[in-house]
Design a protein around this ligand. Structure first.
Ligand SMILES: *Cc1c(COP(=O)(O)O)cnc(C)c1O
Length: 422
């Protein structure tokens, strides 16, 4: 696709997102913080509203009409998520609060009951804190050892080092599919294949891939995969864990309570079948149903079309940013057609603190994030305190990139003039 064609998709979808049509500090909003959370289309907001206005009841418990409707919609959402990521069975999808909870589920249920002293957990230095801290906890409990794959010379995943570090001691590899800071797309299929040859399990943190490209768990061959609804047009409070059926069956419950039991006695209980064994208590019913609506919305556009469109945006964004001499971008450059990396750029600007940058851009209505983006160890490794990050989604336009770049250049010359006066 070309930039001329991408305007078609942007024009088509922007009216679906009411929040985008507002002014911030006197300028039209440019929302470039999509890697932190995405905006929600009207179709998803309508589903939330409809549920509370017509169907609200607890699931799985009642036989009255409302409870039956709520249960049907909630379980229907599970079917949609299962199909969206290509799971072999709906029972392989567990609803969680977010990706963090899904990773903790695997850490507490599988890792803490399986790992032995000296076993190795292989991560990368670019992991989000959510895919790092739970493994630190598991290692502390079990005596397992954490190992880290570093960066290659284009600041992507160092596959060579991965091959050196993996061994028969490795019991788990947990890596992100797409880095939320570097934007690199990691070779997860090869990682899975190699890990399995060594008898290690693989968890993929797909928070930044599932919203932006077609992801198929059977093609990847991974053992677990996690994502958050709020980064893929759904509400906060809902995410999911995909787990291979035989693994989930063998794993003990994570949280205990209602919904996850078969029979309860005073001194012991038997557990519900999958996936309910892992869904203790009343779930986020409306949010799960809305996640199903978000999946429908994305599917109707087409994940391949979304990916192609974002490549156009990426190519355009990097062409502009690369022309500003004060800007240093972290992570690999895209291919000339914009493919090969995520549609986001983490960068520093010579002479301007990232915090000041996002504060000043906000004055022009441009929302970008500054900080460590929950990848503090990576920032430490790159020897920087913080970066600014512009992260795009399929409703963003090249026109918005122009406004972002203009505001960025204004900010740079503003700081430049302060220093000249000194
Ligand atoms: C956002 C994100 C997470 C955590 O998601 P939560 O919704 O906060 O649980 C984990 N990994 C990556 C790569 C992310 O971008």
């Amino acid at each position: 696709m070309t930039v001329a064609q991408d305007i078609t998709l942007a024009a088509q979808v922007r009216s679906d997102f009411p929040i985008l049509h507002q002014e911030v500090n006197g300028s039209p909003l440019v929302y470039f913080d999509n890697a932190a959370t995405s905006q929600k289309p009207q179709a998803v907001l309508d589903v939330l509203n409809h549920y509370y206005q017509h169907d609200n009841a607890n699931v799985h418990r009642g036989i009255h009409a409302l409870s039956a409707r709520a249960t049907e919609s909630y379980e229907g959402a599970r079917d949609k998520v299962a199909a969206f990521v290509g799971a072999a069975s709906r029972d392989e999808i567990v609803f969680t609060r977010n990706a963090s909870e899904a990773i903790n589920l695997v850490a507490y249920s599988w890792a803490m009951n399986t790992l032995q002293p000296g076993d190795e957990i292989l991560l990368s230095v670019m992991e989000h804190h959510s895919n790092l801290v739970p493994w630190q906890l598991a290692a502390q409990r079990t005596g397992a050892v954490l190992k880290f794959v570093g960066l290659n010379d284009t600041q992507g995943f160092n596959l060579e080092e991965f091959h050196q570090l993996i061994s028969d001691k490795t019991k788990l590899v947990a890596v992100n599919h797409v880095s939320n800071t570097l934007g690199c797309i990691n070779p997860v299929a090869e990682i899975v294949e190699t890990a399995h040859r060594h008898g290690a399990k693989v968890l993929i943190d797909a928070c930044q891939s599932v919203p932006h490209m077609a992801v198929n768990v059977q093609e990847l061959g991974c053992d677990w995969l996690v994502a958050s609804g709020h980064k893929m047009c759904a509400p906060t409070g809902i995410g999911f864990l995909y787990g291979r059926l035989d693994l989930l069956q063998a794993m003990p419950p994570f949280l205990g309570g209602g919904e996850m039991i078969a029979d309860v006695f005073l001194d012991h209980s038997t557990y519900a079948e999958l996936p309910h064994k892992f869904e203790a208590g009343t779930p986020a019913i409306a949010e799960a149903i809305a996640l199903g609506a978000a999946v429908d919305y994305l599917t109707n556009i087409g994940m391949d079309r979304i990916a192609a469109y974002e490549h156009d945006l990426t190519a355009y964004l990097f062409r502009q940013l690369n022309q500003i001499p004060e800007v240093t971008i972290y992570g690999p450059q895209p291919e000339t057609d914009g493919s090969g990396r995520a549609s986001l750029a983490s960068f520093t600007v010579e002479g301007v603190h990232a915090q000041d940058l996002s504060t000043l851009l906000d004055q022009s209505g441009v929302a970008i994030r500054s900080g460590h983006h929950c990848t503090q160890p990576l920032h430490r490794l790159l020897d920087i305190n913080s970066t600014a990050r512009a992260s795009l989604y399929f409703y963003n336009t090249t026109d918005e990139i122009d406004r972002f770049i203009a505001a960025l250049k204004d900010t740079i010359s503003f700081f430049g003039s302060i220093f000249e006066e000194d």
